[in-house]
Design a protein around this ligand. Structure first.
Ligand code: NDP
Length: 297
């Protein structure tokens, strides 16, 4: 992942973390481990104790947490939770930097950014590409967008959480990248779930089939995104590997198999329809990358 910023050494900074759920607690612990002065607040006080035992300073209120540090990281369940928490504090936000790592849509990020900036504060939006156990490991990283100066100022501190990747000054872009990456992940999970369901319906132990599936998925995705990128950026989708015209009829067989095995066809019918449409619209000689264009329409 050479495009991600390597973790630079960072002088101790004052950072507050609001929201100590599974993810917020991992973020706060990573900041403590990196030697930063961490102030924490959580709606339910019970979750504060573990971080306090590790050296975090509990704040009495969200306002006190924000006042304690130049940079405050928010990690709550939804953007509505974040807005409800911040709105009563509007008068005390000027000059602060808020980095909201809560999952949401690009429009939610843009709306919140505009509101935060109207209070005289700087807004960073973040998309966490990690589960809590991956925080502060080379496998995890966070996408950022919004106020670039705030990002540059606090990048070394934020690097305690893992890799950092800047996506642009449009505050919605971190969420856009995040949700698109999640889309790829959930699509893969769709296929894996369907494959296991079919094999389970034939009483094949999952432990026997799992390694075959893993190897197959890895082999089939090797180089696939690079092929897509080349085709999508050039507009040339013709393939000498596997055409849509060859693959479309295979979906009739897949759907027949699912019905015969008593497995739902719900997840795969839309994909079968997309392959069929690709042929009907004259793209039989193209490769899979054409599907990304068809979905856009
Ligand atoms: P949790 O359910 O473990 O924690 C949710 C946190 O939000 C808790 O601190 C909770 O406080 C707080 N909260 C919820 N509603 C409110 C409210 N109205 N006012 C104040 N605080 C509130 O979730 P996670 O920590 O796992 O996730 C947090 C965010 O991180 C989510 O947006 C999630 O999508 C994102 N994320 C999580 C990942 C993961 O693997 N866990 C991966 C990537 C992103 P309380 O303790 O009082 O309930």
């Amino acid at each position: 992942m050479s495009e991600f910023t390597a973790t630079p050494a960072s002088a101790p900074a004052r950072v507050s973390v609001i929201g100590l759920g599974l993810m917020g607690s991992a973020l706060a612990a990573a900041l403590l481990n990196a030697g930063h002065q961490v102030t924490v607040w959580n709606r339910s006080p019970a979750k504060v104790g573990i971080l306090a035992a590790q050296g975090a300073v509990p704040a009495d209120s969200p306002a006190a947490a924000i006042a304690a540090s130049d940079l405050t990281i928010l990690c709550l369940t939804t953007y509505d939770n974040v807005s409800e928490l911040l709105e009563p504090l509007a008068d005390s936000l000027a000059g602060r930097v808020l980095a909201n790592l809560t999952n949401g849509t690009p429009d939610q990020a843009r709306t919140l950014a505009a509101w935060v900036e109207a209070q005289g504060a700087a807004y960073l939006d973040g998309g966490i590409m990690a589960v809590p156990q991956m925080i502060a490991t080379p496998a995890g990283y966070v996408l950022y967008s919004g106020d670039e100066q705030a990002y540059e100022t606090h990048r070394a501190t934020l690097a305690a959480l893992g890799g950092t990747r800047w996506t642009g000054t449009d505050p919605g872009f971190a969420a856009l990248y995040d949700m698109s990456l999640l889309t790829g992940m959930y699509g893969m999970i769709t296929g894996i779930s369907q494959a296991f369901a079919v094999m389970r319906s034939a009483n094949v132990p999952a432990a026997e089939f799992g390694p075959l599936l893993e190897n197959w998925v890895i082999a089939m995705t090797q180089g696939l995104t690079a092929d897509y990128a080349r085709a999508l950026d050039s507009g040339d989708h013709l393939t000498d590997v596997a055409s849509l015209g060859m693959q479309a009829p295979a979906f009739d067989n897949l759907l027949d198999l699912y019905r015969a095995q008593g497995v739902s066809t719900d997840l795969f019918e839309p994909l079968a329809a997309l392959f069929k449409r690709s042929v009907e619209e004259g793209h039989a000689a193209d490769g899979l990358s054409r599907l990304a264009e068809l979905v856009r329409k």
